[in-house]
Design a binder for this molecule. Structure first.
Ligand code: C5P
Length: 222
């Protein structure tokens, strides 16, 4: 396969990161989880008591922050100012606050530039909310991945269980629906399917089936 760019967008819990990781590994590509960057900014803001609605303070903080994504066996490690925060950025507190941070246009601008830099040489699988529509508009393969809210809540539930994070189905359903709403209705780069993206509904698909579907498309493309 050529060193193409594969953009995968979709709502929380659609299976993007799990599937993107497998696709990247099978193709020998680099996987980049852009949600982790928004989470990293949110994590630092929370630990530094910076108001999440204060776009200027957040920007000032971000310009003074080093976010490093390191490919690892299980996907990607995330470092903020040299500290490994891979686990911390998945906490409930970060998860329930990240959409507020991600709604600021100035914060997005800085992170998008970084994402474009990381993807410049191709051979990349990047997942997020605005990859096909903004970050990598020329990506050779664009996927919009979704699944029913019920199925996504179920996946998050088992995912949390595995990580030892307490949660209930009802709470997760609510949280997923709210994050969908915030991400889709915001003004700056809302979550929306790109015109040239292929829709992939993973509700009834296993992880392997979804990954295979994308790999097949990648082989046709590359
Ligand atoms: O993918 P993940 O659930 O980790 O993303 C966390 C949040 O980061 C999303 O709910 C969204 O608000 C934001 N995000 C974004 N643009 C991206 C990736 C994530 O706005 N490209």
């Amino acid at each position: 396969v050529k060193q193409i760019q594969i953009a995968i967008d979709g709502p929380a819990g659609a299976g993007k990161s799990t599937i993107a990781k497998i696709v990247a590994e099978k193709l020998g590509f680099t996987y980049i989880d852009t949600g982790a960057m928004y989470r990293a900014v949110t994590y630092k803001a929370l630990t530094h008591n910076i108001k999440l609605n204060d776009a200027d303070s957040l920007e000032k903080m971000l310009l003074d922050t080093m976010i490093v994504l390191k490919p690892s066996q299980n996907g990607q490690l995330v470092f903020v100012d040299g500290k490994d925060v891979t686990q911390e950025i998945r906490s409930n507190e970060v998860t329930s606050n990240v959409s507020e941070v991600a709604a600021h246009a100035n914060i997005r601008e800085i992170l998008v530039a970084k994402q474009q830099e990381l993807a410049a040489n191709g051979g990349i699988v990047m997942d997020g909310r605005d990859i096909a529509t903004h970050v990598l508009k020329d990506a050779e393969l664009k996927i919009f991945m979704s699944a029913s809210v019920e199925e996504r809540a179920k996946r998050r539930f088992f995912d949390n269980e595995r990580r030892g994070i307490p949660s209930t189905m009802e709470k997760l359903r609510e949280e997923i629906a709210l994050r969908d709403k915030l991400d889709s209705e915001r003004e700056a780069s809302p979550l929306v399917q790109a015109e040239d993206a292929i829709y992939l509904d993973t509700t009834e698909l296993s992880i392997e089936q979804a990954a295979d579907a994308i790999l097949e498309l990648a082989n046709e493309t590359g």
